[in-house]
Design a binder for this molecule. Structure first.
Ligand code: FE
Ligand code: FE
Ligand code: FE
Length: 197
């Protein structure tokens, strides 16, 4: 509302400095709309930064709870990857001249809670627990894939090519993790669970 009202007033300082920024071609001409999109982009980055950090805390619990060595290894490996993703996001903030900041992501809180309830509801040492943990893990990966997929496209739209390149690396890693989890389920865990009574 305040921004719409400001339209008729003199141009703001921030707009003037946006215009002089040479490596943001998307800003040439229509400054205002792009600035709002950039704000949205930045908030989405803060959201996924919170989510990645929360995932680094959840993964060790999922590793400990898993039954098969294969799944434990997959979660452990993804913890190392996720820690790098946190650092990569800090680099994305840096390319924009922004400080890395986390903003609470309600979705990841819910997805992690769902994973915790699966641990509570299944018996230790069963393949059925692994089935549940894989599905919980894949729900998280799909949330990340949707988020990073959108962020990569927005970065291109905003002319933030360095950010787009970094975010695309993480997007690929999340997709690979999703494929790994599917293969663990389909090759072993689902079948083993089908024999548990
Ligand atoms: Fe991630
Ligand atoms: Fe979120
Ligand atoms: Fe992930």
């Amino acid at each position: 509302m305040a921004k719409a009202a400001a339209k008729k007033a003199a141009p703001k300082k921030s707009q003037a400095s946006q215009k002089s920024s040479s490596n943001a071609p998307a800003n040439s001409g229509a400054g205002k709309g792009d600035t709002l999109l950039k704000e949205y982009f930045l908030e989405s980055l803060q959201d996924i930064y919170y989510a990645e950090k929360a995932i680094t805390k959840a993964l060790p619990k999922m590793t400990k709870a898993a039954t098969s060595e294969e799944l434990k290894d997959a979660f452990e490996e993804h913890l190392a990857v996720t820690q790098e993703q946190v650092t990569r996001l800090e680099q994305v903030f840096e390319t924009m001249g922004e400080k890395a900041k986390a903003k609470k992501c309600e979705a990841i809180e819910g997805l992690i809670k769902e994973g915790e309830s699966i641990i509570e509801d299944t018996d230790e040492g069963t393949a059925t627990r692994d089935v549940g943990l894989i599905m919980a893990g894949q729900k998280i990966e799909h949330y990340e894939i949707a988020t990073y997929g959108g962020l990569v496209q927005l970065a291109h739209t905003l002319g933030l090519e360095d950010a787009a390149e970094l975010l695309a690396i993480t997007l690929q890693e999340e997709k690979e993790t999703d494929v790994t989890l599917t293969s663990i389920a389909e090759n072993n865990v689902n079948y083993e669970a089908s024999e548990e009574a």
